[in-house]
Design a protein around this ligand. Structure first.
Ligand SMILES: [Fe+2]
Length: 382
């Protein structure tokens, strides 16, 4: 193990019903808030308690609901212009990874000026605008990471505004918000959380602190993801909300790996939902990565509740990957070969993007462009 840093400045408020604490936390951060969310989520009424509390407290706020999945640089820059014109003091992001990443990037540009394109080198000068995150899925982990993933509309590649400046002030985790989340989204974002935890644990940048968070997150997800999706259990929602955040804290201080190298390439090019893209790749990429970290993949199997008694390390590692594959099927996540948008003519370009992704070098086994083409080709026929 080489040296490492662990950075987690975000205050976490975790409680059923915690959405009612947004106004209280907002008051601490300034006079005028910008609430960032997406249109469909706004229509569900999930933000109504926040609006009610802001009005009851006489707090000033404006709303920005132009969020799209796989957030684009141009939309973020419009949001930053709006934030500057409105002279807001802090931001409240309510939603999944897209809302939170958009809010972070808006805050980065508001405080540092320029455009998204100016800040992909880890070169921010000032902290982002003070931010409260209220995740409404159980996958992103972005409420505690130090990065914002941006869809670059010029290159059609995902870029990243990153650094310790990109940290939220507060994460408000309310498991009750998962109750009304469509099961399809609950399933795919839950697999995103599992992917974060597995990749944080097996990748080359892992350290003992991130290992502790990641392996416990895997255990919680093994205990609760199917239970949350199939039986809408409150206890399972609590475990999934905690696991998602722990996995975020783990990969934010370790890294993700080649499942994400591919998922980001697919998200940038085809606009496939991030959790679905991860789920399609997690079993195959993990299977190929076992030779680089067999013991760690065996640990993953045990944390997921797979019975590995009497197995060799290699067998246990494979059993864990088989379990992940079964989990994705059980949750009805589509296969790569079932997506209409996928065209084999694009594999070369997608593989180039995946091979050049920064997280590729931290995968337990280093894949090159041809390896990624082979993965796409094999999964396309499956
Ligand atoms: Fe992810």
């Amino acid at each position: 193990m080489s040296g490492f840093e662990f950075y987690m400045p975000t205050k976490i408020v975790f409680e059923q019903g915690a959405i009612r604490k947004v106004a209280k936390e907002g008051k601490v951060l300034g006079k005028k808030g910008l609430i960032v969310t997406d249109g469909p989520l706004l229509k569900t009424g999930i933000l109504d308690p926040i609006f009610k509390d802001f009005k009851a407290e006489g707090m000033d706020y404006v709303l920005w609901s132009e969020i799209v999945p796989n957030p684009r640089d141009v939309d973020i820059e419009c949001g930053a212009k709006f934030a500057a014109e409105e002279k807001i003091d802090y931001i409240v992001a309510v939603g999944g990874g897209s809302a939170i990443d958009t809010a972070k990037a808006i805050g980065a540009i508001k405080e540092n000026g320029g455009k998204c394109n100016d800040w992909y080198e880890g070169n921010l000068k000032k902290k982002i605008t003070p931010l409260i995150c209220v995740p409404t899925t159980c996958g992103t982990g972005s409420e505690v990471t130090h990065e914002s993933i941006v869809n670059n509309t010029v290159t059609m590649v995902k870029d990243c505004i990153w650094g310790p400046e990109v940290s939220a002030a507060v994460a408000i985790l309310d498991p009750d918000v998962l109750v009304n989340l469509p099961k399809k989204i609950l399933a795919s974002t839950g697999i995103d959380a599992l992917t974060h935890a597995v990749e944080a644990y097996v990748c080359k940048a892992a350290n003992p602190f991130t290992d502790a968070l990641a392996i416990y997150a895997i255990r919680l997800i093994g205990e609760s993801l199917t239970e949350a999706v199939e039986n809408s259990s409150n206890e399972a929602y609590v475990k999934m909300m905690a696991a998602s955040c722990m996995a975020g804290a783990a990969f934010g201080n370790s890294d993700v790996a080649s499942v994400h190298s591919i998922a980001e390439a697919l998200g940038g090019y085809y606009d496939i939902p991030h959790g679905v893209a991860n789920a399609m790749m997690l079993p195959e990429v993990s299977r190929l990565s076992i030779p680089g970290a067999p013991q760690k993949y065996a640990d993953v199997a045990r944390a997921l509740g797979v019975h590995t008694e009497g197995m060799t390390t290699q067998q246990a590692a494979m059993a864990g990957v088989d379990y992940m594959e079964m989990l994705c099927r059980r949750l009805n996540i589509p296969k790569f070969s079932e997506l209409d948008v996928v065209d084999p003519k694009d594999f070369e370009r997608l593989a180039t993007t995946a091979a050049e992704a920064s997280e590729t070098e931290d995968n337990p086994v280093l894949f090159d462009k041809q390896d990624f083409i082979d993965i796409f080709t094999r999964l396309y026929k499956k």
